[in-house]
Design a protein around this ligand. Structure first.
Ligand code: NAD
Length: 372
């Protein structure tokens, strides 16, 4: 396995490999950047085919967390961790406590949270070894499952995207939702309440039929979702859904959903622009959960979090305006703003990431101080 030449390794501040035979723990913690504050990102547990796949995943994800936190205006950096193993077979309290010890050794440079293959309740065990944890169960002073807040942010992002592209609200529009899990289901409820018609799909047919009954949604097969006639496509399942195979099928006018890494390659962002399909960059629109868990260290305030999450819509508006003005694809415009912030240039009034733009500003702020 190569490390330094692995794609996405570049710019990582620190990558830690952890092995504890006594409890069967093999894990990697990647800290991409602490430029704006401690690196926060979830801990994923997955039965990776090999070590190289686990490394690739953690590096790619930690880099994405840097962009997400910067775009949300948070005083946080980006990091991520992965535990190599099947969560259904090997996840034990001892293993989770050992992971907490590894996190603790980093002294607060990395803050962990739940992710694919781990749950909010698992972090009660991790918390026994380290205080550098967010997204804890409510009983432990945390804010519980962040998914409904992610869905709320995606909803505000869809409203903003539709207003920009179509100059109207959601009533009577059709939204195609891919994936009816924690984010997708909550999103469907918000969209249905706003008067949108829903077309839904999930590889779990039971969920799809439940959505049909609950939201009066039309159900299609998983592979048919890309070609449905809908105004908005909201991917809420997996990444790389905008690719060479799916893009030619798409007749949507907006793509705005919760999945991470929706574009298979950058080039697909350019193709979306050329086809006048407005794309809400994933790391901007799906930051609601991150905003919520980050608030735990400051004393959770629901009204404040809701206002910050609503600010995702305002941030997107400004990204869309920058993209229109400069002719760049929206994901490039978003990256430009993130790089400016990471480069240390303070956001100027009117800048999408300026606090007046509806999201919290900041550099190394209170969260960094509290968890350090
Ligand atoms: P989840 O596991 O609860 O739900 C995903 C759903 O997608 C499941 O119901 C699954 O059956 C379905 N699915 C999987 N493959 C599919 C396919 N090919 N076609 C249709 N459906 C398929 O996950 P989630 O927490 O709802 O997260 C959804 C996405 O949003 C993921 O990409 C995740 O990384 C991203 N995300 C989630 C959060 C959060 O707060 N949960 C935050 C940011 C980003």
């Amino acid at each position: 396995m190569t490390v330094f030449s692995t794609e996405s390794f570049a710019d990582h501040e620190q990558v830690v490999f952890i092995s504890d035979d006594k409890v069967g723990l093999r894990a990697i913690i990647a800290i991409h950047s602490t430029r704006l504050g401690p690196a926060l990102g979830g801990c994923r547990m997955y039965p990776y085919a090999d070590e190289a796949s686990a490394l690739r995943d953690v590096l790619r994800l930690s880099r994405g967390m840097t962009f997400k936190a910067a775009a949300a205006g948070l005083g946080l950096g980006g990091g991520k961790s992965v535990i190599l193993g099947d969560p259904r077979k090997s996840k034990t309290p001892e293993l989770l406590r050992a992971m907490g010890v590894a996190v603790n050794r980093l002294g607060g440079r990395y803050i962990t949270a739940e992710d694919v293959g781990t749950t909010v309740d698992d972090f009660a065990w991790v918390r026994q070894s380290t205080r550098h944890v967010v997204g804890l169960p409510v009983a432990l002073g945390g804010t519980g499952d962040p998914s409904p807040t992610t869905a709320l942010g995606v909803y505000h992002g869809i409203v903003a995207s539709v207003a920009h592209r179509l100059g109207r609200d959601l009533r009577g529009l059709t939204v195609a939702v891919q994936g009816l899990g924690n984010v997708g289901w909550n999103l469907c409820r918000l969209l249905a309440d706003a008067g949108a018609h829903l077309v839904v799909t999930d590889i779990d047919a039971t969920l799809a039929h439940k959505a049909s009954a609950e939201f009066d949604a039309l159900v299609v097969e998983p592979d048919a979702i890309y070609a449905v006639r809908a105004d908005v496509f909201a991917p809420c399942a997996m990444g790389a859904v905008v690719n060479d195979r799916t893009l030619p099928q798409m007749k949507f006018r907006v793509i705005a959903g919760g999945s991470n890494n929706q574009l298979a390659r950058d080039e697909h962002g350019r193709q979306l622009r050329d086809r006048e399909i407005l794309y809400a960059p994933d790391f901007v629109i799906n930051a609601g959960g991150l905003i919520r868990v980050a608030s735990e260290h400051e004393g959770f305030n629901a009204a404040k979090v809701d206002a910050q999450v609503e600010g995702i819509g305002a941030t997107l508006h400004r990204i869309f305006e920058l993209a229109s003005r400069t002719g760049t694809p929206t994901h490039s415009a978003a990256m430009q703003l993130v790089q400016e912030r990471l480069g240390g240039h303070p956001a100027q009034p009117g800048h999408p990431l300026h606090p007046a733009g509806g999201v919290r500003g900041g550099g190394n702020n209170t969260l960094a101080e509290r968890v350090a």
